[in-house]
Design a protein. Structure first.
Length: 263
C-alpha cells in the first residue's frame, strides 16, 4: 500500500519488500539503506530492551513510547498507526465457541477450569515464551497441561489454524495472530484479550526523519490510509491473499481504489 500510494503521487520508489525479517529491515533503515517501512509498535520493547514496561500492552501508550524513543535515539519518525493489533491470540473452532458461549479469554479460562475439553495447537515459542501462553495463563488464571497441547516445531499460524479447523489429533484451539486472514475463513473465532495479557502490535509506517523533512507530504498521504486499516479490514485483506491466493500487490491496489486513495 505504501508503495502504491507513493508511486501514484509521482515519487520514484524502489521496492525492497523482500529484504528480510524485522532485524534486517530495522538495521537497513538505521543504516540509511531504506527510507520507510511498516513496523509494529510492540517491537519497540525488543528494540530498546524494555520488555517489562507495561506501556506496550496499551495501544496509545505503546505507540507514544516507541515513537518518542525512535525519534530521540534513531532519528526515525513513526507516522499514524492503524487501529489494529496483530498480537498473539487464541482462536477456537466456531462450533465450540458458540456451543459454550466463549468470546473472551475470561470465558476460555472458566471453561478450562470447569474441565472443558481443549487441545491447543501452537508453536514451541508460544508455549514456552513468558510473554505468550504463560502470560495468558497468569493473567486469566488457568493452566493447560501437556496433554492439552499439540506443540508444532514451526511458528506458522497457517499450520495451527488448519489443525484446529480440521480437528487434527483432537485439536479445537489454535495459536493465531490478530490479523490472520484464515481465522474466519476456516471457521474459527479469535478470543478477546480484555485484560491486556499481550503486547499490542499496531502497524505504522516508520520513516527516516531526514527523508520526511525532505518530503513532508508523505505523512498526509499515508495517515488517512492507515486510519482505515481496522483489525477486520486487515483480516479480510489477508484472507484474500492467504486463502484466496490473490497477489498481495493487486489486493493492496484494489483496496486503495475502493477507498478512493488511488484513481
Amino acid at each position: 500500500m505504501i508503495l502504491a500510494v507513493l508511486e501514484a503521487r509521482g515519487f520514484a520508489v524502489e521496492s525492497k519488500l523482500q529484504l528480510g525479517p524485522t532485524n534486517i529491515v530495522r538495521a537497513a533503515i538505521l543504516a540509511g539503506q531504506i527510507d520507510i517501512y511498516p513496523e509494529y509498535t510492540g517491537n519497540g520493547a525488543i528494540f530498546f530492551h524494555l520488555e517489562s514496561d507495561p506501556a506496550w500492552k496499551d495501544w496509545a501508550r505503546g505507540y507514544d513510547l516507541v515513537a518518542t524513543l525512535c525519534r530521540a535515539k534513531d532519528h526515525l519518525v513513526w507516522l499514524s498507526p492503524a487501529p489494529a493489533n496483530n498480537t498473539w491470540t487464541i482462536a477456537l473452532r466456531k462450533d465450540l465457541a458458540e456451543r459454550h458461549r466463549l468470546a473472551s479469554m475470561d470465558d476460555f479460562a472458566k471453561y478450562v477450569a470447569s474441565g472443558g475439553t481443549i487441545k491447543l495447537a501452537a508453536s514451541a515459542e508460544f508455549v514456552e515464551s513468558p510473554s505468550a501462553l504463560p502470560a495468558f495463563e497468569a493473567t486469566y488464571g488457568f493452566h493447560l497441561s501437556d496433554a492439552q497441547l499439540l506443540t508444532l516445531s514451526g511458528g506458522n499460524t497457517s499450520a495451527t489454524l488448519r489443525a484446529a479447523a480440521e480437528g487434527m489429533s483432537e485439536v479445537n484451539a489454535a495459536m493465531a495472530y490478530g490479523t490472520d486472514g484464515a481465522v474466519a475463513a476456516l471457521g474459527l473465532v479469535a478470543l478477546k484479550d480484555d485484560k491486556g495479557a499481550q503486547i499490542v502490535y499496531a502497524p505504522a509506517p516508520v520513516m527516516r526523519r531526514a527523508v520526511l523533512q525532505q518530503y513532508p507530504q508523505i505523512e498526509a498521504l499515508l495517515d488517512p490510509v492507515f486510519a482505515t486499516l481496522t483489525l477486520e479490514t486487515l483480516q479480510k485483506l489477508n484472507a484474500e491473499i492467504a486463502v484466496d491466493g490473490l497477489d498481495a500487490g493487486a489486493v493492496a491496489v484494489s483496496y486503495l481504489k475502493s477507498k478512493h486513495f488511488l484513481p
